[in-house]
Design a protein around this ligand. Sequence first.
Ligand SMILES: [Zn+2]
Length: 268
Amino acid sequence: MPDYRFDYHPSLAPLRHEDCHAVYFWQEKLLLPVNAFDPWVKVAGEFPEALSLGLGTLGEMKLRCVDLAECPEGWRALTLREYLLQSTEMQFRVVSSASQLMYWARAQNFCSRCGKPLEFVGNDRALVCQFCQHRVYPVVNPCVIVTVYRPGEILLARSHRMKKTGIYSCVAGFVEVGETLEQAVRREVLEETGLEVGEMRYVGSQPWPFPHQLMVGFVAEYKGGDLQIDASEIDHADWFRPDALPLLPPQQTIAAHLIQAGLDACRS
Ligand SMILES: [Zn+2]
C-alpha cells in the first residue's frame, strides 16, 4: 500500500457514515468482507450499529470504528490475535487503536462519580459527565517486557497459557503505581525467576490490545542469583544457547524482536 500516515481524529464523537471508511467489530472480533484483508472498509448501505467512534485519518481517508449488532452475511469474524499476527505494521496500528477504543468505550456508559450518562465532547478524545464534569480518557496500561542475557545464553520463560503451544518468551509484567520502568524490570525478573539484573537497555515498544497494554521492551544483563521460578506465574524457564532455541513467539511481536536483541547481546 502507499506510504499513508495515520493520525488520530481529535474527537471520539461519531463521524458521518457517508464520509468514512470504518473498522467493524462484532462481539470483540474484527469483521472483514470476504477476500478483504485491509481492516478499513467502505460499504454502500448502513448496518445496525451498537456503537460508533471517530478514529482518525489514514492518508486522505477518514476512519471511524464501529461495533455492529450482528455480523453481516458473508463476512468473516477474526479474533484480534488471528488478525494482528498476520497484519502489516499499519494494519496492526489501525486495528489495535480501534479495538482498544471500542473495548474501552463499551465499558464507559456512566460516570463513576455520580452515575449520570457519559457523553462525547468537542475536540477531546474523552467521555465527559455533563453533571459533575468528570472526564474519562482511554486506558493505556504500561507493561515491561525483557530478555535477560549472559555470555552465550539468554533466559526464556514459558507461561502456563503457552504450555500447550510450547512457545517460550520473555519475562513480562505490569508496571506498578509509583514505579519506574527500570524498577519494574528488576522487580518482575526477580519475582518470576529469582534472578537479579544489572545494566539494561530500552529496545522498543508495542501496543498490545488485550485489552489495553503498552509493552515497553528491554534487554538486561544478568547480575546474580539462581533460577527459581514463581510457579503461579511461569510454567518453566531456562537459559538457552543461540543454537538450541525452543519455539519462539511470532515475528510481529515485540517479544520476537527482544529475543533477537538478547541473542545479539549474549554473543558480544
Ligand atoms: Zn458525574
